[in-house]
Design a protein around this ligand. Structure first.
Ligand SMILES: [Zn+2]
Length: 88
């Protein structure tokens, strides 16, 4: 009841390696899911968490779209066997 339909939370990252990447910024990082949970708590929706990660990595495109509308393309790269299609 407390969880929106289809909403993934940071608690879903427990014990996973989480890979994110942005083609536009040429960034790729891997995080430990438990470490992320330590930082943001267990109830952070994953789309919002992704924004926080992008900002933390210095992706300006995420905060302020450039005049031509270019925005950060940071996304989760799926850990093997883990379906996160709803997060794009
Ligand atoms: Zn970016």
């Amino acid at each position: 009841m407390s969880q929106e339909r289809g909403a993934f939370l940071s608690s879903d990252l427990s014990c996973l390696k989480v890979r994110v990447g942005c083609e536009r910024c040429k960034l790729k990082r891997q995080f430990d899911g438990n470490a992320l949970i330590d930082r943001v708590g267990r109830n952070e929706p994953l789309p919002g968490l992704l924004t926080r990660i992008a900002v933390g990595l210095g992706c300006d495109l995420n905060i302020a779209p450039t005049p031509n509308g270019l925005r950060c393309a940071m996304r989760y790269e799926y850990p093997t066997g883990w379906d996160l299609k709803g997060l794009r």
